[in-house]
Design a protein around this ligand. Structure first.
Ligand code: ADP
Ligand code: MG
Length: 410
């Protein structure tokens, strides 16, 4: 069924059309109806499957027809998220799908002045997207009132738990009316998430999509065994061989991020780094430069692993393996979003083999290995731009094609 045929406001259909969204994704197809009907929903679906619009579309529709519009300092719908980047991104989805409606979306984040945020709340807001710190601040200052909030959304719930937001989730409930609609979205599910979810929803509709393989089907992913000190050469080679590609590179710590950036700088490859050492303004600028494609390489810590939707990432590189197995899924899920296809490479050193094993156990299967023969390996170490004989490239391509074919056959 196309969005055209949905029983939703024509203003929303216009917004969707402008975005190029014609048909709902699976999770949207299953979620929109129950949310419109007022059910609590607990939805689990892989990365990049369109969970944001799955709640944005029905929420906008409902809010367009509420009996009591928001009063001073009130918000009709609260979306609580763990990171600032995610808050900004979700706001942009509300604003673009809701472009032809009169719905007002307000964002509350820490790290920036509060005066402007307070001003925006003065006449109330339909949708409020907030990270917990600033939100609680404004509640205590009586600049935000959640007594008449009708819908609560917890997006990327699994990440919230990692960030230690269990207490925040429980606390925010105290400020909300008992009679409300609660929507819970997550890419992964475990007993901890289930427990918190069930403690705040009532008779929820559970929606789960392809839980067997948590990695999005649009992502082809490989592991390559590369020693720690050699990783930079392989990254350099990948970049040189795909000069047009947008590549997101994950490292373990901010120090590592700067170190890899410096190594790339030495061979005149331009990169940006993103980690907790950057302030809010820098973060926004970095994300904009990468999103627009002005800079094609972004080296980041797991800060960017979840939820953040960056258009057209061609490759994800796990330069270091993630500490948390779940984060593997989130990292590789930064490519192959929506209808696009993507490729992810994991550079695994001997030290990291145990982590790889954990990840494979979590995935319930082995990650395909990119076999690098000794000659290619040593070539790469001495690799310079004028290496003509592109074994590595040929190897990757052959492997990708082989796997694509194999997939198609299945
Ligand atoms: P998730 O939260 O599940 O990781 P997002 O909500 O960030 O995924 O959406 C992933 C990508 O899919 C975004 O780039 C979004 O624009 C795109 N997308 C979402 N819904 C649709 C749709 N119905 N048709 C086409 N693209 C879509
Ligand atoms: Mg999401």
């Amino acid at each position: 069924m196309k969005f055209e045929q949905y029983q939703i406001a024509t203003e929303l259909k216009r917004g969707l059309e402008e975005l190029g969204f014609r048909k709902p994704t699976d999770i949207q197809f299953k979620t929109i109806g129950p949310v419109l009907q007022g059910n609590d929903v607990l939805a689990v679906a892989q990365t990049g499957t369109g969970k944001t619009a799955a709640f944005v579309i029905p929420i906008l529709h409902k809010l367009m027809y509420v009996k009591h519009p928001p009063q001073e300092n009130e918000a009709k719908c609260l979306v609580m998220v763990p990171t600032r980047e995610l808050a900004i991104q979700i706001a942009s989805v509300f604003r673009s799908i809701g472009k032809y409606t009169r719905m007002k979306t307000t964002v509350l984040l820490g790290g920036v002045e509060q005066d402007h945020q307070i001003e925006q709340l003065q006449n109330g807001t339909d949708i409020l997207i907030a990270t917990p710190g600033r939100m609680f601040d404004l509640i205590y200052q009586k600049k935000l009132n959640l007594n008449h909030t009708e819908i609560l959304v917890l997006d990327e719930a699994d990440l919230m738990l990692d960030y230690g937001f269990i207490k925040d989730i429980r606390d925010v409930i105290k400020f909300l009316p008992d009679y409300r609609q609660t929507l819970f979205f997550s890419a992964t599910i475990n007993s901890e998430i289930k427990e918190i979810a069930y403690s705040i929803v009532r008779n929820p509709i559970r929606i789960q999509i392809s839980p067997k393989d948590p990695v999005s089907k649009n992502v082809t992913h490989f592991v390559a065994h590369i020693e720690k000190d050699d990783k930079r050469f392989f990254l350099e080679r990948l970049v040189r061989e795909h000069p047009e590609a947008k590549i997101l590179i994950f490292v373990r710590t901010k120090v590592r991020a700067e170190r890899v950036a410096a190594a790339m700088d030495r061979v005149e490859i331009k990169t940006l780094t993103m980690h907790s050492g950057k302030d809010q303004k820098e973060r926004a600028e970095i994300m904009d430069a990468f999103k627009s494609g002005e800079v094609k390489l972004l080296i980041t810590t797991d800060l960017n692993a979840r939820g953040v939707d960056i258009p057209n990432v061609d490759y994800v590189v796990n330069y270091d393996l993630p500490d948390e197995s779940e984060n593997y899924v989130h990292r590789v899920g930064r490519t192959g979003r929506g209808m696009a296809k993507g490729i992810a490479y994991t550079f695994c050193s001997k030290d990291e083999l145990a982590i790889l094993k954990d990840i494979e156990q979590y995935l319930g299967k082995k990650i395909n290995e990119l076999e690098i023969d000794a000659a290619t390996y040593s070539d790469t170490i001495v690799f310079t731009e004028d290496v003509k004989d592109n074994n590595w490239k040929a190897l990757m391509k052959a492997e990708e094609e082989y796997l694509e074919k194999k997939k198609k056959k299945k």
